[in-house]
Ligand binder design. Structure first.
Ligand code: FES
Length: 326
């Protein structure tokens, strides 16, 4: 079922990791829509995963001489979506103008492939850490969650759960209080919190428990970030979370983990830890009721430490996002 949300269809939505599309076409499903991604010498391309001839999935075909070849009768589509070869057609007959695949806008950025279902090219958000040579960037995901996107995103913005759900990892049960903080919208349009003190058992791998300082950012309806700063040594770690609505009910999460300090860990060890943290959140998020995030702030009972969540709900209201909200 195709999911209609005019606001989200106009967003850049993460489709998969760059490394998921090499020399073979790949199928992804975004908001219930099957899409084929393929790569040729001109770059990355996204089409509706449907051959106009007999409805075959183009993703089952191959890329030959830069053309996407349908697996059923071998029609060949070039980057624009135009069909340039129909093997069954006698040479003296022209290819019908209607023989086209339906293209979507598609870009490759920050280690991922992004698709715009409205075929627009809206401005892309900045991720300074990815361009900065002082940062090591690690790609994380995919992780599929049986929950709607706003619930998954809001969980990421929730500072109060760290010492409860992630006790021993991201928080300590003797330090559950959260000080008050403000939320502001900056000139770049991003909504940011003040730094929030969080007491962690071992924030830098030395075994020393201490306070670190979290800043949360609401960048786009499906993309948020936090940055953890250690005041003692200037170490910074950020995680960009971006989610893809798979259909009405399921969400796929991806991330970029950025570090400005050395760590004696392989990328796989870093993503494994993030998987563990995500697995702790998953049963909570998958069982929240209502499944749709309430945008009416009277429906659930918020605390001052929920200011980031409240700002996110207000932002979704302002943007007019419907999918996964009530
Ligand atoms: Fe694709 Fe026939 S269904 S070429």
């Amino acid at each position: 079922m195709i999911v209609q949300d005019a606001v989200l269809r106009n967003e850049w939505i993460v489709a998969c990791r760059s490394t998921d599309v090499l020399d073979r076409p790949t199928q992804v499903t975004i908001m219930g829509e099957r899409i084929v991604l393929f790569r040729n010498e001109e770059g990355i391309h996204a089409f509706k995963d449907l051959c106009i001839h007999r409805g075959a999935a183009l993703s089952l075909g191959c890329v030959r001489d830069g053309k996407l070849v349908c697996p059923y009768h071998g029609w060949e589509y070039e980057s624009s979506g135009a069909c340039v070869k129909i093997p069954q057609l006698p040479e003296d007959q022209a290819i019908p103008g209607k023989a086209r695949a339906i293209p979507y806008a598609c870009v490759e950025r920050y280690g991922f492939i992004w698709v715009n279902l409205s075929n627009e090219s809206p401005a892309f958000f900045a991720l300074p850490e990815f361009e900065d040579e002082n940062y090591r960037n690690v790609i994380w995901g995919p992780q599929t969650v049986n929950a709607k996107p706003p619930r998954v995103v809001e969980n990421f913005l929730d500072v109060g759960h760290l010492a409860v759900v992630h006790e021993g990892y991201l928080g300590v049960s003797t330090h559950t209080e959260i000080g008050d903080y403000r939320v502001h919208r900056d000139a770049d349009g991003v909504i940011r919190t003040d730094e929030i003190a969080v007491f962690q058992p071992d924030p830098d791998g030395t075994g020393q428990a201490k306070h670190v300082y979290y800043t949360y950012e609401i960048i786009r309806p499906l993309t948020v970030k936090f940055t953890k700063r250690d005041q003692e040594n200037g170490n910074k770690m950020s995680i960009l979370l971006t989610v893809m609505p798979l259909n009405e009910q399921e969400t796929v999460a991806y991330g970029v983990l950025s570090f400005n300090y050395e760590m004696n860990l392989e990328d796989e060890e870093i993503t494994k830890f993030q998987d563990l943290i995500f697995a702790q959140d998953k049963p909570i998020v998958e069982n929240q009721k209502p499944e749709d995030l309430p945008l009416d702030l009277q429906i659930e009972l918020s605390l001052k430490c929920d200011r980031a969540s409240i700002a996110y709900r207000q932002y979704l209201t302002e943007m007019g996002v419907k999918l996964g909200t009530a």
